[in-house]
Write a protein that binds this ligand. Structure first.
Ligand code: DX5
Ligand code: ZN
Length: 216
């Protein structure tokens, strides 16, 4: 499968959100990645459901929602109602991850589990068959524009091996510090979806930046 590209709205110009989403509609982006933060799970606050709903109203690409919040299971109905295609919850934020993944699917969404940089992929052994996607953080979540953590490439390769060994088709998404150089190495290691915030939205030619990521 050719890899997918999911620009991260966090790096968009919020004063011109409609134009930014229209750019995504007209681009080769496969999904739009949306970062929700609560100031508790991560040391920052981004935006919540009213923004998500407004974006969903005009976005023609599937919404890949990344919840950097504690107790994400409390908001499954809201995320579904806001039109998410995929709901990503953090492994570190879910005590009853298996139950939460089941509830996400019952609500009609694809289910993703996200790992912080320090969380080993080996911990996914028993949940892997139940999730549609694993989102590997290649920066500590909370902010855009951070430096890519190098060991993420090896982590992608290890996770890919686990997925192949189990005969699964789980997608691997990587988020944080993705550009053409890191993106190429991630795709070569087995990444299926590249999230990119600053690289896309701060580019002089945003659609060209998305095109270049698709071409890797
Ligand atoms: C970080 C967010 C990312 C962020 C990526 O906590 O999860 O999605 O927007 O931004 P860049 O690509 O600029 O590192
Ligand atoms: Zn994200």
């Amino acid at each position: 499968m050719k890899h997918l590209v999911a620009p991260s709205l966090l790096a968009a110009d919020f004063l011109h959100l409609a134009q930014e989403v229209e750019m995504i509609n007209e681009s080769e982006a496969d999904w739009l990645h949306i970062d929700v933060m609560d100031g508790v799970f991560v040391p920052n606050i981004s935006f919540g459901f009213p923004v998500l709903e407004a974006v969903q109203g005009i976005c023609r690409k599937p919404l890949d929602v990344h919840l950097m919040i504690v107790e994400p299971q409390k908001f499954i109905a809201e995320v579904a109602a806001a039109g998410a295609y995929l709901m990503n919850v953090h492994y570190e934020a879910c005590t009853h991850l298996h139950r939460t993944i089941g509830a996400i699917k019952e609500a009609g969404m694809k289910a993703g589990v996200t790992l912080n940089p320090h969380t080993p992929v080996a911990l996914l052994e028993d949940i892997l068959p139940d999730v549609d996607m694993v989102l590997l953080m290649s920066v500590n979540p909370g902010y855009g524009g951070q430096k890519f953590i190098e060991h993420s490439v090896a982590k992608v390769a290890r996770l890919k091996e686990m997925i192949v060994d189990k005969g699964l088709d789980t997608l691997i998404e990587v988020d944080g510090g993705v550009n053409l150089e890191t993106g190429k190495r991630l795709v070569d290691a087995g990444a299926d979806v590249l999230v990119a915030g600053n690289f896309v939205f701060k580019a002089h030619d945003q659609k060209q930046a998305i095109h270049a990521l698709k071409e890797l």
